[in-house]
Design a protein around this ligand. Structure first.
Ligand code: ARG
Length: 348
């Protein structure tokens, strides 16, 4: 059973500090220089699905800040470690649906095939004209109440249409992306506590969208179409059509975010900021936990100082931890929710 009295003793400033340290400890994150600027929205006490959803919308609104993105974490009621707490099923607050078309073809984001299927199983109906960028509903699970789905109003999601500063044909590809990456399925853990729902967000680094989300063969797989636009032969590997397409994708994504007034960092600047962070940490006598294969950006890595060194393999807490996919542990029979909040209805 949850120990409400000791949870109440957790002060918001203490949680904020632990969350900042968890960010500082995030071995895979190149953006940690900003760790002390993380802001906390304290949504403990949010009772039941609807209030949790409201807090998620508040998070989107506050962190997006019309493009002047604020690094933000929202915390919901924690549980003692080992217990099952509130879960957001989506990996991020904003995700685009992936629809199987048969023959292994996918419309939308292939990384969201499974979540999309789960949401449909829970009763979600895709738009009558499915597109490559349909925003998935949020699935919010409250222990003992089950899962409930919420459509995110279009106006709550800042999106950027991708255009190229020089090539007019680029816009016709119909690419767009959301301004805010807001991780929703990791747990913030420290001491005996697990915040199993604690969405956090900051600004994007250009390569996350341009190189990985658009470039990966298992994602939107846009490189062949871009090479074609550039007039490059995709039959000749040594035309370096993939490499050239990646550069132009970066140029387009960076330009479009800037034009839309949305904060974004390029990978060279991010790497520089990261190196200053490492220097500062080491001067304070702290070693920097790091995962080289994640820290090195997926383009131009060897041009950056961070490529040419190693990192501390330890994984200290406070930490943001992966959790098992929520549906793999979903309570049998839990479905669309109804009922009262178990924590604030007078039951001990
Ligand atoms: N790489 C993920 C994405 O493309 C986002 C991960 C978090 N990134 C960040 N800049 N905070 O959606």
């Amino acid at each position: 059973m949850r120990d409400m009295s000791s949870q109440a003793a957790l002060e918001a400033v203490e949680i904020r500090q632990k969350a900042r340290e968890a960010w500082r400890n995030s071995a895979r994150c190149i953006g940690r220089a900003m760790w002390e600027g993380l802001e906390l929205l304290d949504a403990r006490g949010a009772c039941g699905h609807d209030e949790i959803f409201e807090a998620c919308l508040r998070h989107l609104h506050y962190s997006t800040n019309e493009g002047r993105i604020r690094s933000t974490i929202t915390v919901f009621d924690p549980v003692p470690r080992g217990q099952r707490g509130i879960r957001i099923w989506n990996s991020q607050l904003v995700r685009y649906a992936g629809y199987p078309l048969g023959d292994g073809e996918v419309l939308g984001d292939p990384a969201q095939l499974e979540l999309t299927r789960r949401l449909r199983d829970l009763g979600w109906t895709p738009p009558s004209q499915p597109s490559a960028f349909d925003i998935l509903p949020l699935a919010i699970e409250v222990p003992s109440l089950g899962v409930k789905l919420f459509e995110i109003p279009r106006k709550s999601v800042f999106e950027v249409r991708i255009r190229h500063p020089k090539y007019e044909w680029f816009e016709k590809l119909g690419l767009r992306w959301h301004a805010l990456p807001a991780i929703a399925d990791m747990a913030l853990v420290f001491d005996d506590w697990k915040f199993s729902a604690a969405p956090f967000s900051g600004h994007y680094m250009v390569t996350e969208i341009a190189v990985r989300n658009f470039g990966d063969r298992e994602r939107y797989n846009m490189l062949p179409a871009i090479a074609e636009g550039l007039g490059l032969s995709t039959r000749d590997r040594t035309s370096f059509w993939r490499d050239r397409a990646l550069v132009e994708l970066c140029a387009a994504v960076m330009y479009s975010f800037k034009e839309a007034g949305v904060a974004m960092v390029d990978h060279h600047t991010a790497a520089q900021q990261f190196s200053s962070f490492v220097q500062k940490e080491e001067s304070l006598g702290r070693s920097v936990p790091g995962d080289w294969s994640w820290l090195v950006p997926p383009m131009a890595g060897s041009t950056m100082d961070l490529y040419h060194r190693g990192y501390d393999p330890s994984r200290p807490e406070p930490a943001f931890k992966y959790q098992k996919a929520a549906w793999e542990q979903a309570v049998a029979g839990a479905s669309i929710a109804a009922g009262k909040c178990p924590f604030h209805s007078g039951r001990g």
